[in-house]
Write a protein that binds this ligand. Structure first.
Ligand SMILES: Nc1ncnc2c1ncn2[C@@H]1O[C@H](COP(=O)(O)OP(=O)(O)OP(=O)(O)O)[C@@H](O)[C@H]1O
Length: 334
């Protein structure tokens, strides 16, 4: 099972430029989380801080007892091996075949024999649907295939935490839909803790168990997906609605007068429809995170805003109804 990541009071600046401050959240073990936020709000900086590549000046990132900000470098290095990272462009070596790209972390970080490396690499290539393309160079395949190759490479060291930085960038809507399904299937197969940074509203609506948003140097919210999807925060409404009206401007935040003028043109959260979360493809095991998440969310439900509470109850009531309809009748099998 994946490992919980606990972020406490994290603050990061570059010189005098504060990126975000006092960010606290928990990525629950084995669940899928999404971090949204307008461009430049520091989502990539956040991912890099989780793996200890950037050092926030305040706060902690706790993984299995190691603080990725301030523990000794050797502990951070060891803990980093628990991560699988998928970068925006796939970050593949242009002169290596897909096979060699995907095998790279195994050759670099383990002493496995070539026969074992081949077995693992081909298994991961199959998971991401790239069988047959393993001999190609990154320049010979499409952007979507490069992303899937990047994902396969992120998987070879059996990561317990997977970070994906804008996995959808440059993909058309159909490829993005396939990628969303792949992320859910992956979670069903390996039960890793996953954090996906994206601007894509379809991924945000259908993939995660939890969602958060960074804006104006703060974490606006982080919690069960229904909290953000029913939120009345203007920045959330604007982002989910993909509109110009709202606090997010083209290059900078808007002034109060502009915001007041726009206020009555925004869509209320109540009119948003929450679409069901994706299920693993037929033939795959159910996601183990689902039961754990349900238990966790039901423990905290009374502390959630009323709209999120009703959305969660509706979802679970619908799931229960579907389960009753599709459950096999006891003793009725041939
Ligand atoms: N190593 C660095 N040194 C100085 N400033 C940096 C560094 N890395 C990032 N920044 C600054 O931090 C801010 C946030 O960058 P980041 O790439 O994390 O944003 P983002 O939310 O991921 O944006 P996008 O959605 O456009 O990818 C930017 O202003 C960027 O210039």
């Amino acid at each position: 099972m994946g490992i919980e990541v606990v972020v406490e009071g994290l603050t990061k600046s570059f010189g005098k430029q504060n990126i975000w401050r006092d960010v606290s959240l928990t990525l629950p073990a084995g669940e899928v989380s999404v971090m949204l936020g307008p461009s430049g709000t520091g989502k990539t900086v956040f991912l890099k801080s989780l793996i200890g590549l950037l050092k926030p000046e305040k706060g902690r990132v706790l993984i299995d007892g190691v603080d990725m900000v301030r523990s000794p470098e050797k502990d951070i290095y060891e803990t980093r091996k628990l991560f699988g990272l998928m970068f925006q462009d796939g970050a593949l070596f242009g002169s290596l075949s897909l096979f060699d790209n995907i095998a790279f972390p195994l050759r670099e970080h383990t002493r496995k024999k070539e026969s074992e490396i081949r077995r693992i690499v081909m298994e991961r290539i199959e998971v991401v649907g790239l069988l047959g393309a393993e001999g190609k160079l990154p320049g010979e395949i499409s952007g979507g295939m490069r992303k899937r190759a990047g994902l396969a490479r992120a998987l070879v060291l059996d990561p317990q935490i997977i970070l994906c930085d804008e996995p959808d960038s440059g993909l058309d809507p159909v490829r993005t839909a396939y990628l969303s399904q792949l992320l859910i299937d992956l979670n069903a197969q390996i039960d890793a803790t996953m954090l996906i940074v994206t601007h894509n509203l379809d991924i945000a609506a259908t993939v995660p168990d939890n969602m958060g948003m960074l804006f104006r140097r703060e974490l606006v919210t982080f919690g069960p997906r229904e909290v953000l999807l029913t939120s009345d925060e203007p920045v959330v409404s604007q982002f989910l609605g993909g509109r110009r009206e709202g606090p997010i401007g083209m290059s900078e935040e808007k002034d109060a007068a502009t915001l007041a003028a726009e206020a009555d043109r925004t869509t209320p959260a109540a009119s948003r429809v929450i679409v069901p979360q994706l299920e693993p493809s037929p033939g795959l095991p159910p996601r183990r995170a689902v039961a754990r998440r349900r238990e966790r969310v039901m423990r905290m439900i009374d502390a959630l805003p009323p709209a999120a509470r009703s959305a969660i109850r509706e979802t679970y009531a619908r799931d229960a109804a579907t389960a009753t309809v599709t459950a096999p009748v006891a003793g009725g099998g041939a």
